[in-house]
Design a protein around this ligand. Structure first.
Ligand SMILES: Cc1cc2nc3c(=O)[nH]c(=O)nc-3n(C[C@H](O)[C@H](O)[C@H](O)COP(=O)(O)O)c2cc1C
Length: 172
């Protein structure tokens, strides 16, 4: 694969086909998440795998009616464990590291989905309380990202990025 092709191939998919994602592929995405870096290797991230239609509907509602969530055959809910990070790193663990850990895991999962030829999207706009309720999450699990995954019904519309010169400050 040429340089950066994987990153350029991933896109936010918002139209999914109904075919289920095979169990070994679901496991491969979870395994990719497991290998993400985490502060002090504390691994304060947990994953909920949601395939039940009714639960997907509730997640779509919790995400302010983003319907494509319910259409994806599987939604991964990436959760941070703030108090586990706080035990090691205090406030910085609670407020920052556990979220960064979850974000790193989530990105690995999106890239793994891309490698498997699947569409995916990072959904961050949702009411945390409603997600927790819909899934019966135990206290201490803070949902950070919803990741619908499935067959992409169509490719990306044009994707654009700021030029490196805008994004970068070089300190030589
Ligand atoms: C923290 C975060 C939250 C996001 N929340 C949503 C969301 O709620 N709904 C959605 O459709 N896309 C969401 N996205 C996807 C972005 O809109 C998308 O990544 C961005 O427009 C760039 O497009 P691309 O992913 O196709 O490169 C989110 C992405 C991130 C990183």
């Amino acid at each position: 694969m040429p340089d950066n092709a994987l990153f350029q191939t991933r896109f936010s998919c918002r139209e999914f086909g109904p075919e289920p994602v095979p169990a070994p592929v679901i496991d491969a995405l979870l395994d990719a998440a497991r290998w993400a870096p985490s502060a002090g290797n504390v691994q304060a991230t947990r994953f909920v795998v949601v395939t039940r239609r009714e639960a997907r509907e509730r997640l779509a509602e919790a995400a302010f009616g983003q319907r494509f969530l319910a259409e994806a055959p599987v939604i991964f809910v990436v959760c941070a464990l703030p108090e586990v990070s706080a035990r090691q790193y205090g406030e910085r663990g609670r407020e920052l590291y556990c979220i960064q850990d979850a974000a790193a895991a989530a990105e690995n999962m999106l890239l793994s989905a891309t490698l498997h030829g699947l569409g995916s999207c990072w959904v961050g706009a949702f009411r945390e309380r409603d997600v927790a309720k819909a899934l019966g999450l135990q206290r201490g699990w803070r949902p950070v990202a919803l990741l619908p995954v499935g067959r992409a019904r169509r490719g990306p519309s044009q994707r654009c990025r700021l030029p490196l010169s805008t994004l970068t400050l070089r300190v030589d």
